[in-house]
Design a protein around this ligand. Structure first.
Ligand code: AMP
Ligand code: MG
Length: 423
């Protein structure tokens, strides 16, 4: 006979843990413990793509440097434009981009000008060539209706001298390379990339290429982690698969923490195996957070191994990704010195029924698409079990459901987090 302490029926309270903290609390506690890297690298512009600026970037001059034409046409003084009737002008020269017209333009005169050419002395307005009537090679007629200063780019209208163009902590993207080039900067100081070591734990895990015995599975977590980390442009140290025993785990933790700023493990945080991880982390450092009211995802471990930050993620492949996006990603961003890149979340119409009980935060997998009215909508990917990794593969966003939410009906509005999209 079963003892009355052994439960034979699942109960709805199994999902709840009064000691679990909320996702937002956990994220804040985690961020408060992260110290950004301080070492910097001096890199060429090309090398600095997807790195974090360790300096402000200040322009020493105006861009554009000279007021110039935004059109191919004729440059003249705006005060000399035709008022009530069309008027003729003498064309006294040509200004090209890179080859300015150096003379002075007086009343009744204009200069043929190309896009990007500096405005000649005495001009401030361009009439586009389609709006000019050629009378001879050296004479044009303009009609009324033009405005002073039209079709001209003012000096400094993009970047003014002494302005801060990019701030310390900025994540450098394609346009930033162009902006820095436009102010003549060829090298910048960026933070060293964080070094991130990770390994999978589990006696059942095999590497791709090995034969599977009964109950064995291929280690997929290291591949998803590799992918997510590569997209963050960090330095990756893949330490493979480690068996669930104290000796191997202890060695792996030592190797990982001595080489990395952050260590991520997957698996081995549930009851039973958990004791090994917990014991080793407590030997080498301390555990800060254990239980978070989140599905899929609980339990996760956050702590430190010496000076190295540690995340022990669950083994379930979906949980690895959802906990990564909620906790590890913001931690890595803080670690890498970033100031301004939070994942984009948006409110959209949900077309699926989503089952959920109040009491914990849930990340369901969603597919964002446009409906016939051009409205952004989200539907669920189908089965939401934490072992259904194909649900992540089909999804292009997470549907974030607050602790208090007790289910969603089609037509309700939900918050979604598109993958790899940042503010
Ligand atoms: P654990 O957290 O170790 O209890 O693992 C929870 C579930 O995730 C188990 O079904 C494991 O077999 C599975 N799992 C753990 N690690 C991995 C991995 N690296 N790749 C794929 N599945 C895993
Ligand atoms: Mg395991």
């Amino acid at each position: 006979m079963l003892s009355d302490k052994v439960k034979t029926q699942a109960s709805c309270t199994d999902d709840f843990d009064s000691e679990a903290i909320t996702v937002e609390d956990a994220r804040q506690q985690i961020l408060a413990k992260i110290t950004p890297v301080i070492a910097t690298d001096k890199l060429t512009l090309h090398q600095s793509l997807n790195r974090v600026l360790a300096q402000d970037v200040i322009s020493t001059f105006n861009v554009p440097g000279h007021t110039n034409s935004a059109m191919d046409g004729y440059a003249l003084s705006g005060d000399d434009l035709p008022e009530s009737t069309p008027r003729q002008y003498g064309v006294i020269g040509t200004a090209f981009a890179g080859r300015p017209y150096k003379g002075q333009i007086n009343s009744g005169q204009c200069v043929r000008i190309m896009t990007g050419a500096a405005m000649p002395a005495g001009t401030d307005t361009v009439v586009m060539q389609e709006h000019a009537e050629n009378i001879t090679d050296t004479e044009i007629r303009l009609s009324t209706g033009h405005k002073k200063y039209q079709n001209v780019r003012q000096a400094g209208e993009d970047i003014s001298k002494d302005s801060t163009v990019l701030k310390i902590g900025h994540y450098i993207q394609a346009a930033d390379l162009g902006v820095m080039a436009s102010i003549g900067i060829g090298q910048v100081n960026v933070y060293r990339r964080p070094r991130i070591a990770f390994f999978s734990t589990g006696d059942e895990l095999r590497s791709v290429g090995d034969k599977l015995g009964i109950g064995d599975i291929y280690d997929s977590n290291r591949y998803t982690l590799h992918g997510m980390l590569c997209q963050l442009n960090v330095e990756i140290i893949d330490l493979g698969i480690v068996k669930d025993n104290l000796k191997d785990l202890r060695e792996a933790f030592k190797a990982a923490s001595s080489n990395a700023d952050l260590v991520i493990t997957t698996g081995g945080v549930s009851v039973g195996e958990a004791d090994f991880v917990k014991q080793i982390v407590e030997e080498m450092g301390e555990i800060h957070i254990w239980k978070i009211a989140m599905k899929p995802g609980r339990p996760i471990t956050f702590g430190r191994l010496g000076n190295t930050t540690f995340f022990g993620l669950p083994g379930n492949p979906v949980s690895v990704m959802t906990t990564f996006y909620q906790f590890v990603l913001p931690a890595i961003q803080r670690l890498s010195g970033q100031a301004d890149r939070s994942p984009l979340t948006i409110r959209v119409l949900c077309t699926s029924e989503l089952r959920k009980r109040a009491g914990r935060f849930e990340c369901q997998r969603g597919i964002l698409s446009l409906n016939e009215a051009g409205q952004l909508t989200v539907c669920a990917t189908g089965k939401q079990g934490s072992g259904i990794l194909t649900s992540m593969s089909r999804a292009n966003c997470l549907i974030l459901l607050a602790e208090t939410c007790d289910g969603i009906q089609p037509g309700d509005t939900v918050t979604v987090q598109p993958f790899n999209t940042y503010l």
